[in-house]
Design a binder for this molecule. Structure first.
Ligand code: ATP
Ligand code: MG
Length: 345
């Protein structure tokens, strides 16, 4: 595969269930916006995209609805996705002289043909001259400063909003991987359900996410914390303010933590023994916004018996990895070849 680009510029794209991240040339991440569109419920007219859409939805407008074109790491609505991508890329084009760039994008390991086609269409809509797809765990490993191109095993966990992906990478290839849809969004939903069932409190997704961030943890917090929360009483339908504690959030999120653990354990148990010994020596790296979960490193270390590290700026790890792959394309060309081979299987 020839990576020389004769003046064409290179752009990196990480399309997440909650955020889109774009990197460009030597500037690192140049755009980070919610993967969100606001649509008029009646007319279907698009009102806003990205950050603007999020700001509008925070006002709880009753005539509008929020649409997320990416769920569980996969594009679920190609039409909305193309509109969203065109809008976002216009912003980048406005600021930088990108020309028609080559676009490098990461893909989850469990992507199917139809989903991959949808992604490629969305990237061409953005004006891509050429597209290169990178397995997400490879990008994450490179973004964590791991030598994913070497003949050693590296273990990477990405806990995002829509999915958790655990993988072992070696020699530029994903050796074993497993995914679950249990990640940030599912945890928020579990918190909503738990508070409804146990405390008769109905809250929205934003409040649930805030509770997860403020009170949540993979293990019991040493010091119990409480927050005053206002929602609606599910029995009376009236506004309701109560104290919610870190113990409540722990109970609400226990099952999700177990599911994430099981995904990691299934990857370890399917990894060839010689790579397992590398992982025991080098540790497990956690990336994605979920890596900010209080005590998650201790929790995973305890469940697996392997020391566990949180990546620096974990939510940016994949975008950072794509950026490094672009800027050192010679070193990583074998990885791109590997991806190409996988596609042909
Ligand atoms: N302090 C925190 N504790 C727990 N979760 C957090 C914290 N900070 C952010 N998160 C969660 O991280 C998730 C966002 O992570 P990230 O930006 O990696 O997702 P994404 O790349 O958009 O989604 P995906 O890769 O799953 O498609 C959200 O669910 C958010 O609530
Ligand atoms: Mg992600």
């Amino acid at each position: 595969m020839d990576f020389s680009n004769f003046g064409t510029k290179d752009m990196g794209i990480d399309i997440g269930s909650s955020k889109l991240r774009v990197t460009f040339e030597d500037k690192g991440i140049v755009l980070e916006e919610p993967t969100l569109i606001v649509v008029n419920k009646k007319s279907g007219q698009i009102i806003a995209t990205g950050m603007k859409a999020q700001n509008i939805m925070e006002q709880n407008p009753i005539t509008l609805k929020a649409v997320r074109p990416v769920e569980n790491g996969q594009i679920i609505d190609i039409d909305y996705m193309e509109i969203f991508m065109r809008d976002m890329i216009k912003k980048v084009y406005k600021e930088f002289n990108t020309g028609r760039p080559r676009i490098f994008a990461n893909v989850p390991t469990d992507i199917n043909e139809v989903q991959q086609k949808a992604l490629e269409n969305a990237l061409y809509q953005m004006g891509a001259k050429e597209i290169f797809l990178i397995d997400a765990p490879i990008a994450a490993a490179v973004g964590c400063d791991l030598r994913a191109d070497k003949p050693i095993g590296n273990m990477i966990i990405d806990i995002g909003a829509g999915k958790t992906e655990a993988a072992v990478v070696s020699m530029g290839e994903v050796v074993v991987s497993d995914t679950t849809n249990v990640a940030g969004n599912a945890i928020d939903e579990d918190i909503i359900q738990y508070l409804k069932d146990n405390l008769s409190l109905s809250i929205n997704k934003e409040t649930a996410e805030e509770l997860k961030i403020q009170l949540g943890g993979a293990e019991s917090l040493i010091e119990e914390k409480v927050l005053e929360v206002t929602g609606r009483n599910v029995e009376t339908g009236l506004p309701y303010t109560i104290l919610v504690s870190s113990k409540d959030i722990e109970k609400a999120t226990k099952k999700a933590m177990q599911e994430i653990t099981n995904t990691i354990l299934s990857v370890i148990s399917n990894t060839p023994p010689e790579l397992v010994s590398d992982i025991i020596q080098n540790g497990i790296y956690i990336t994605g916004g979920g890596a900010h979960t209080n005590t998650i490193d201790n929790f995973i270390a305890q469940k697996t018996g392997v020391k566990t590290y949180i990546a620096e700026n974990p939510e940016h790890c994949i975008a950072r990895g794509i950026d490094r792959i672009i800027n050192n394309s010679g070193d990583y060309s074998r990885m791109m070849e590997a991806r190409k081979r996988r596609k042909l299987l």
